[in-house]
Design a binder for this molecule. Structure first.
Ligand code: HEC
Length: 215
């Protein structure tokens, strides 16, 4: 089950709506009986996201690109990295080109406005995608959750589950990502906890009850 917050800014260009929404949210925020479930609605996400077909692949790399495509589908990269896929409506023209629907990384029980990350564009576009990343940087993001400059861990993406991917498979994924169509698409900046996000987001999460001891 994925939850999406109901109290969202729908149209940033509509100043009146924005004003009304802000008032509504301000009213919600000052309500001492804050019930997080009031802000969220359940979303059905049964769709499967195909990986895009490689464009031109040199004959010697074909086998590896096909394996990379298979792995990207199997590991569900497009479920997060494709616009709309998180709410079951993938935009097929922008497969793997990043999501303007974000994923919250702090608990809605603790923060009315949770921190949100937007899965980035992983097509080979130089400006908005991973075109300028080295093969090694992409492989390290995948297997160790290391951001491009090595200065922080990637949030939300389940890289712990990808840590055991072999070198051959990691580089097959990298090769495949380089072989697909570059799509120009910039996702919103990450939002720190406590700040209201300007783009919608969903929540996955594991929340541990206080005082629960596992023997
Ligand atoms: C559960 C959602 C999710 C899945 C599944 C997922 N990712 Fe991610 N990925 C993210 C998020 C969110 C970020 C950015 C996090 C951050 O900036 O802290 C990210 C970041 C990345 C980055 C770094 C790109 C950049 O510009 O910072 C790469 C490369 C990447 N993912 C590749 C993949 C590949 C390949 C797969 C499949 C094997 C995959 N991801 C599966 C959510 C996901």
């Amino acid at each position: 089950m994925v939850l999406a917050p109901r109290c969202e800014i729908g149209d940033m260009k509509n100043a009146k709506l924005l004003f009304a929404t802000t008032l509504l949210l301000a009213a919600c925020a000052s309500d001492p009986a804050y019930d997080p479930l009031d802000d969220y609605e359940e979303v059905s996400t049964t769709g499967f996201v195909d990986a895009p077909t490689p464009l031109v692949v040199a004959p010697e790399n074909r086998e590896s690109a096909t394996r990379g495509e298979y792995l990207v589908e199997l590991l569900g990269c497009g479920t997060c990295h494709t616009d709309g896929a998180l709410v079951g409506e993938p935009n097929r023209a922008r497969l793997l080109a990043g999501s303007r629907i974000g994923i919250a990384f702090t608990s809605p029980l603790a923060n009315r406005y949770p921190g949100v990350v937007y899965p980035p564009n992983i097509t080979p576009d130089n400006e908005t995608g991973i075109g300028r990343w080295s093969d090694r940087q992409v492989a390290e993001a995948l297997r160790a959750g290391v951001g491009r400059h090595g200065d922080r861990r990637i949030l939300v993406m389940p890289w712990q589950g990808y840590a055991q991917i072999s070198d051959d498979d990691a580089y097959a994924i990298v090769g495949y990502l380089r072989s697909i169509k570059p799509v120009v698409h910039r996702v919103p900046d990450d939002v720190p906890a406590g700040t209201m996000a300007g783009s919608p987001y969903v929540h996955f999460g594991v929340y541990r009850s206080r005082g629960l001891n596992i023997e």
